[in-house]
Design a protein around this ligand. Structure first.
Ligand code: GTP
Ligand code: SPV
Ligand code: MN
Length: 594
């Protein structure tokens, strides 16, 4: 246990509410891990996988109604509703504690309450934040042990009297009608009940490292973003670091672990992975932006991962990994749609049912064996491309920030903003077709500024203001770009092969940072000049390339309607600069004479 009085008092209080049979303070040791795994196996919460083929790996299935983040049950509980803003569900703190308190009440009867001390960011770094999560789920403890720095070193920090985020979690009865994910930024507290799904239950991740952290970051003058961080090393050994924000299931993990395409191999690039989901960034004494990945593991989408699309991820999940909602094969290994190897001729699907390929549902659609949002939880250190700078307390300097989303028609493959203020606007007008990572309508376009719509813990108008302010605090801010790997042709086929071929676009982006690549000015920003993207070894015909880089003023004028509607929700609170950029874009589009 810790000697930190505040921690002890809070645990006592939560014990009174949840009424567990016992409390276990986690030390993060290997013995503790082994014990929890054995208990989880005996209770049917985990299946031990084939230890020869997948050493240290386990299989888990969530409840069928609990397979993705539930944004409609996620709330920001601030005294003033306006502080949460129109982008968030809101509840008053009193209501929040009351409603969730009723569900938490006695929810841990017959169970152990695990108290796990964790650090987001390297323990002791000026970036880092400490949390304590109380939970009745062994799956959550074992997953948090992978996703965060957890155990003795953190207890030692707490013993010094360090402040911490209070994270209370219970799976309760896993009833979707009794599920709430509540954030109390003013109290540095998170209460999540009724779900065992990653994004709802691993409270260090989205709840602490984005929703609460974004709020703290605004007050403390730094940034908490839904971004991957990667390094691109040139043959001379110089590494440029890039941070990229794509909405959920839009390619962050894949890009963070990229392997150079064959066609560019002769150029000698090497990619270093720092993070695949979250970046904490601050301005250092040199006037540039530095970033750390607060996490210690990957909670990545399984479907689509194979040796061709993402060999580094394939290697990462070969040991010490927990798989959730994928197909369990008879030989106790796993499979998912778009995975390696032959399709297994039978297995148990994510719902726990017997499955074989080709099975159809009542509408005649193929039944997936793995849930489209099935995931793996794996330690960062497993990744062959992991950067040794992941542990550095200072982080890495960021050369370019990239925004991106899934847009079948509108956005070109890549464009560069004119300056920081315009770049903030480019982030603010981001939109993407929805995926399986959140419950909702798949494929529907929604506005998702900076990929933070579900994760910004306060009024997004103030968030845009904070971005503008951060730009002014830097003497050399990163250049800001937008990418779209998902543009399609007349037959709905992707025009761009994506994955490792994306390095060609990253090369253009980095060259732009050094004024080395050619670009053409369009109303929305700079797009690559013909032939300024190196296409060696990749066959894309001229027509497709033209389509990929096309900026259609009519389509953009149409898009402005949705953008202004979105901005209008914020009323007077939206920074003037954002409207200035809007008006300027409209003017540039109209000037094309369409
Ligand atoms: P979260 O973990 O939800 O935040 O997702 P993420 O942004 O890390 O997305 P991830 O890399 O897991 O990719 C999600 C899906 O996008 C997978 O199905 C991939 O196959 C697909 N994908 C990733 N990169 C590309 C790409 O360059 N082109 C295409 N067409 N699909 C891609
Ligand atoms: C996302 O949905 O953006 C994820 C997975 O990274 S979750 O942790 O569920 O939020
Ligand atoms: Mn994410």
């Amino acid at each position: 246990m810790t000697t930190n009085k505040q921690v002890l008092e809070w645990i006592e209080e939560m014990k009174g509410l949840c009424k567990p049979d016992s409390i276990h303070w986690c030390d993060g040791s290997i013995e503790e891990k082994g014990r929890l795994e054995q208990e989880a196996i005996s209770k049917g919460e985990l299946v031990e996988l084939n230890q020869e083929k997948l050493p240290g790996c386990f299989y888990h299935r969530t409840a069928i109604n609990d397979v993705a983040r539930t944004e409609h049950l996620t709330f920001i509980c601030t005294t003033n509703k306006d502080d949460a803003g129109p982008n968030n569900n809101w509840m008053s703190p009193e209501d929040g504690y009351k409603k969730a308190g009723e569900i938490f009440s006695g929810s841990m009867k017959g169970r152990t309450m695990y108290a796990l001390p964790f650090s987001m960011g390297p323990v002791g770094s000026p970036f880092s934040k400490i949390g304590v999560q109380l939970t009745d789920s062994r799956y959550v403890v074992l997953s948090m042990r992978i996703m965060t720095r957890m155990g003795k070193t953190v207890t030692a920090e707490l013993d010094k009297g360090t402040d911490f985020t209070r994270c209370l979690h219970s799976i309760a009865d896993l009833n979707a009608d009794r599920r709430l994910i509540l954030h109390f930024p003013q109290d540095n507290t998170i209460w999540s009940v009724g779900s065992g799904y990653g994004g709802n239950a691993l409270l260090g991740k989205k709840c602490l490292s984005l929703r609460l952290a974004s709020y703290l970051a605004k007050n403390e003058g730094w940034m908490a973003e839904h971004m991957l961080i990667m390094g691109v090393e040139r043959p001379n050994g110089f590494v440029d670091y890039i941070a990229a924000a794509f909405p959920s299931a839009c390619g962050k993990t894949n890009m963070a672990m990229l392997i150079p395409p064959n066609g560019l191999r002769h150029k000698g690039y090497r990619i270093w992975t720092i993070g695949d989901d979250i970046a904490w960034m601050r301005v250092d004494s040199d006037g540039t932006l530095w970033a750390v990945n607060p996490e210690n593991g990957y909670f990545g989408v399984a479907p689509g991962i194979n040796s061709k699309t993402n060999p580094n991820a394939v290697a990462t999940v070969k040991r010490g990994t927990i798989y959730t909602n994928v197909v369990l094969k008879p030989n106790k290994t796993v499979w998912w749609e778009g995975g390696d190897g032959p399709i297994p001729n039978k297995g148990i699907d994510w719902q726990g049912k017997q499955w074989k390929p080709g099975m159809l549902d009542t509408d005649g659609n193929y039944i997936n064996g793995a849930h489209p949002n099935s995931r793996f939880t794996a330690p960062v250190i497993n990744c062959p491309s992991i950067s040794h700078r992941i542990e550095q307390h200072h982080g890495v300097p960021i050369s370019a920030i990239i925004f991106g989303g899934r847009r079948a028609h509108l956005a070109p493959l890549v464009y560069e903003s004119f300056n920081w203020q315009h770049g903030v606007f480019v982030g603010a007008i981001m939109s993407s077709e929805m995926t399986a990572a959140q419950q909702g309508t798949m494929g529907k376009v929604r506005r998702d500024p900076m990929a933070m719509l579900p994760f910004c813990g306060y009024n997004m108008a103030d968030y845009f203001g904070h971005w503008l302010k951060m730009g002014k605090a830097m003497t050399k801010p990163p250049l800001i770009f937008n990418v779209n790997w998902f543009r399609t042709d007349e037959n709905n086929s992707f025009l761009w092969p994506g994955f490792r071929e994306n390095l060609r676009v990253l090369e253009w982006i980095i060259d732009r940072c050094y004024d080395k690549a050619e670009a053409v000015k369009t109303p929305i920003g700079f797009v690559p000049a013909t032939e300024s993207i190196d296409m060696t070894g990749l066959n894309i015909d001229a027509k497709a390339m033209k389509q990929l880089l096309d900026v259609n003023p009519n389509d953009w004028l149409d898009e402005l309607k949705g953008i202004s509607e979105f901005f209008c929700q914020f009323g007077d609170r939206l920074p003037e600069e954002i409207w200035d950029e809007y008006t300027a874009l409209e003017g540039r589009l109209q000037a094309t004479g369409v």
